[in-house]
Design a binder for this molecule. Sequence first.
Ligand code: FES
Length: 116
Amino acid sequence: LKNNKVNIKFVDRYGKLHEAKATVGDTLLDVVIDNDLNFESYGVCEGTISCSTCHVILDQATFDKLEEPLMDEYDMLDLACGLTDTSRLGCQVHVTREMEGVTFTLPIEITDARGV
Ligand code: FES
């Protein structure tokens, strides 16, 4: 691969599949914005780890390859609806080359930890 783009997919809250071009090093939140995916209320705190609306569910293999989340991310995930063992905040996950073809799933329900 000469360029720094990988193809990833998102399954939205309604079960619909969306394809996206992702730049290596960007966050999943960046990818959602850059691809105009317009997921309702996704990433409303703009990556400041204070809303949990960017919650995504990863496949186990992809999850295992990532670095440990920061404490702040764990705290925020604890407040997220539908938390799973492979949940992460999309604003804290950076795209890697190994993510080519990977699908990220949005939980059916979201909570905005800011309470708005
Ligand atoms: Fe708010 Fe990620 S965008 S916690």
